[in-house]
Design a protein around this ligand. Structure first.
Ligand code: UDX
Length: 435
């Protein structure tokens, strides 16, 4: 198959590279010339384990190309994937579809012969209909089927998620697209990685419904953690006991400082807006959006308690800034809100993250950035773990405690065993554990 991918952001790049790995001829297109130059030189602009090696291999095999020119690869393509950004609109929280629509107009002008146009970007229900309308309006001769094929990629595990997905969801209203989409994913063993064909609107909604459900699970376990703290229970035991019920499942039951990232906050908000617009509000999700926002800032109070009630003038060392480990992404990271709340309370902050420092420097210039954990610990009144990087799991606490002004650890990811940390002389606060 000849495939064109528009947008070489996270989703577009991972999808393009993996589709090339499936054996297709893929051209990745982006307006940002500097990005294309980098990719053509074999450099990958994002941090994602395994991605660089796949880019190299497929580019060398001639199956993967990068260009700023849209017209030629789109004209040659059997399938065009739309993987441009859909950020939250500042004004009202709706997904901003400006880039999707302008790419659709360009596609409409460029297509030759029957072409399947696939939305990979997360787009609200009904966007496929609007794309069809825009394409027909821009070029009445364009012969296209618009398909929804949402991505379910986790940062840090995106290659695996694409190459061995729990499921592929394909929503289409034009049957001509079905065999073509089957061929796109033909390399997958269908018994282990099934493709579910649905209507286009069902596929569009599936993405939001799935992400909002996972966010709900997280908001729920976080509130159970708060209750654990009040009643003297341990949230890790509670979540283990819950998760062994196969109807509930073990995953996504780790309590923490609140969920972040480029998907959950944006997608829950967009689902809330869509549901309200269709006069079918989803109050559960409306509620968790608020719960999660408040939670992130509230984590600063744990730090305040741990240092004895007053943060003004205290030096707090932050360990971890990204929204989760194995990524350099700080978008909607709980660290952003926690840092702001600590600064508001008058704390002086030092920080270290194994991969997120470049992004963090731009977003949080008020922090002083350190080259490692020991520099952060040195002279600090408390250390706060916000992201559970492996490097932090392996810390030598005894040694760190000696470098600090006072040994205080606030572990917002429950990385450590409380008795062990306290055994090393630390004041220790974690999430949903009182033991
Ligand atoms: C998510 C979805 O998992 C993916 O399917 C979707 O397509 C994009 O959004 P991602 O944003 O990469 O992926 O991160 P994910 O691993 O899902 O974590 C999201 C947030 O939840 C992180 O801040 C993480 O720290 C938090 N989290 C996750 C918890 O606090 N506890 C958990 O048990 C799991």
């Amino acid at each position: 198959m000849r495939i064109a991918i528009i947008g070489t952001g996270y989703v577009g790049l991972v999808s393009g590279v993996c589709l090339a790995e499936f054996g297709h001829d893929v051209v990745c297109i982006d307006k940002a010339a500097d990005k294309i130059t980098m990719l053509n030189a074999g450099e990958v602009p994002i941090y994602e384990p395994g991605l660089e090696a796949l880019v190299e291999r497929n580019a060398a095999a001639g199956r993967l190309k990068f260009t700023t020119d849209l017209a030629e690869p789109v004209a040659a393509a059997d399938v065009v994937f739309l993987a441009v950004g859909t950020p939250s609109r500042k004004s009202d929280g709706h997904a901003d579809l400006t880039y999707v629509y302008s790419a659709a107009r360009e596609i409409a002008r460029a297509v030759r012969g029957f072409t399947v146009v696939v939305t990979k970007s997360t787009v609200p229900v009904g966007t496929g209909d609007e794309l069809e309308r825009i394409i027909a309006e821009t070029n009445p001769d364009a012969d296209v089927a618009v398909v929804s094929n949402p991505e379910f990629l986790r940062e840090g595990a995106a290659i695996d998620d694409f190459m061995a997905p729990d499921r592929v969801v394909v929503g289409l209203n034009d049957e001509r697209a079905r065999p073509i989409m089957s061929e796109v994913y033909g390399a997958l063993d269908a018994t282990r990685h099934p493709t579910l064909f649905t209507s286009r609107r069902s596929a569009e909604l599936t993405k939001y419904a799935a992400n909002a459900f996972l966010a709900l699970k997280l908001a729920y376990i976080n509130e159970i953690a708060d209750l654990c703290e009040q009643v003297g229970a341990n949230v890790q035991d509670v979540s283990r006991g819950m998760g062994l019920d196969s109807r509930i499942g073990q995953k996504f039951l780790n309590a923490g400082p609140g969920y972040g990232g480029s998907c959950f906050p944006k997608d829950t908000l967009a689902l809330v807006k869509t549901a309200q617009d269709h006069n079918s509000p989803i109050r559960l999700i409306e509620t968790i959006v608020g719960i999660n926002e408040t939670r992130k800032r509230a984590m600063a109070r744990k730090v305040e308690r741990a240092v004895g009630g007053e943060l003004r003038g205290k030096t707090i060392g932050i360990l971890g800034l990204t929204f989760k480990p194995d990524t350099d992404d700080i978008r909607e990271s709980p660290a952003l809100s926690i840092v702001q709340a600590l600064l508001d309370k008058g704390a002086v902050l030092k920080a270290y993250d194994p991969e997120g420092m470049d992004a963090a420097r731009l977003a949080m210039p008020e922090l002083s950035y350190c080259d490692g954990v020991e520099t952060v610990a040195s002279g600090a009144d408390a250390l706060v773990i916000i992201t559970e990087w492996k490097e932090f799991r392996d810390l030598d606490l005894g040694r760190l405690g000696g470098l600090m002004k006072q040994p205080v650890l606030v572990d917002l990811r429950n990385v450590f065993v409380p008795a062990e940390v306290r055994g090393q002389g630390f004041v220790y606060e974690s999430v949903g554990r009182t033991d």
